[in-house]
Design a protein around this ligand. Structure first.
Ligand code: CP
Length: 315
């Protein structure tokens, strides 16, 4: 069975194939007749143990536009609230004869674990602070459409690196596509050991957003994940915005340095904390393009997993 558990599962050829198919799917998305018969008779289950707006609904739309039957199960409202284990829940769902499980879970590694329990394709829709591979694919797709080939382009990713699964997947996919990546965060939100990782994988680190900003082709702001900060948030929200927020003056500095630069945010956004409304709604902001691309990219991922042949090629 083929799965998408980590961005590291995909080499450059496979990323390219997914992004190219997504471009075709995007064409379908923009036409009046959206449905393709490709996954007729297949069943996709969205199993979400953490809240989601974008990922769950775009996987649902993607599956339906490929004519799959799509079922949504969330942690709240399922028998997990009665104490059923993840394994029993997953085996129960799989016993109904599903073809693919799209899973979001608060535990890092959950999707990988699930893939060992079931005979279905498994897609990681976000596991704890670990990875979110379809987010990285849709981010790359969105940036490419505006910037062209990402080889050598400078992507600056700013924010709560410690709790972000988006940053890990983006780093892998962006480096796979040859982009230059700089991660920016206050020292308190940089995970330990990141220096060695940066050296090994060839990305840069900075605590100085203003120094890095003028050289960016794309600035990706990360959400401050206060729900994962049991020990409190340091620096304070005000200090964070002053040092690391994409404020109006920083938006102006970015546009002055590079009028073609773009702004991304995976959502949901904390407006006024990591990103100002001016930046979120700017002409250079790709936030809603990212959401739109999410459907096409997830159609492509489901297509490659469920309709490709056993060598991973598209049939
Ligand atoms: N970006 C993202 O994963 O958003 P949701 O939590 O709304 O799915």
């Amino acid at each position: 069975r083929r799965h998408l558990l980590s961005s590291a599962d995909l080499d450059r050829t496979q990323v390219r194939a997914i992004l190219d198919t997504a471009a075709e799917m995007h064409g379908v998305q923009q036409r009046e007749v959206k449905k393709l018969p490709t996954l007729r008779g297949r069943t996709v289950v969205n199993l979400f143990f953490e809240d989601s707006t974008r990922t769950r609904s775009s996987f649902e739309i993607a599956g339906k536009w490929l004519s799959a039957d799509v079922i949504n199960i969330s942690g709240k409202g399922s028998s997990t609230s009665k104490g059923e284990s993840l394994r029993d829940t997953v085996l129960t769902v799989a016993a109904m004869g599903v073809d693919a499980l799209v899973i979001r879970h608060h535990a890092s590694g959950a999707a990988h674990q699930v893939s060992q329990w079931v005979d279905a394709h498994v897609v990681n829709a976000g596991d704890g602070t670990h990875e979110h591979p379809t987010q990285a694919l849709l981010d790359a797709y969105t940036m490419e459409r505006r910037l062209g080939d990402l080889e050598g382009r400078h992507v600056v990713i700013v924010g709560d690196l410690t709790h972000s699964r988006v940053v890990r997947s983006n780093l892998i996919t962006l480096r796979t596509l040859g982009a230059r990546v700089t991660l920016v965060a206050p020292p308190t939100l940089m995970p330990s050991g990141i220096g060695a990782w940066a050296k090994a994988d060839g990305f840069e680190l900075s605590h100085d957003f203003d120094a890095v900003l003028p050289t960016a082709d794309a600035v990706m702001m990360l959400r401050v994940q206060r729900e994962r900060m049991s020990g409190g948030f340091f620096p304070t929200p005000r200090e964070y915005t002053v040092g690391y927020g994409l404020t109006r003056p920083r938006l102006d500095a970015l546009m002055t340095a590079n009028a073609d630069a773009v702004i991304c945010h995976p959502g949901p956004m904390n407006r006024g904390l990591e990103i100002s409304p001016d930046a979120a709604d700017a002409a250079s902001s790709l936030v809603l393009d990212q959401v739109s691309a999410g459907v096409a990219v997830r159609m492509s991922v489901l297509y490659h997993l469920l309709a490709g042949n056993d060598e991973g090629e598209v049939s």
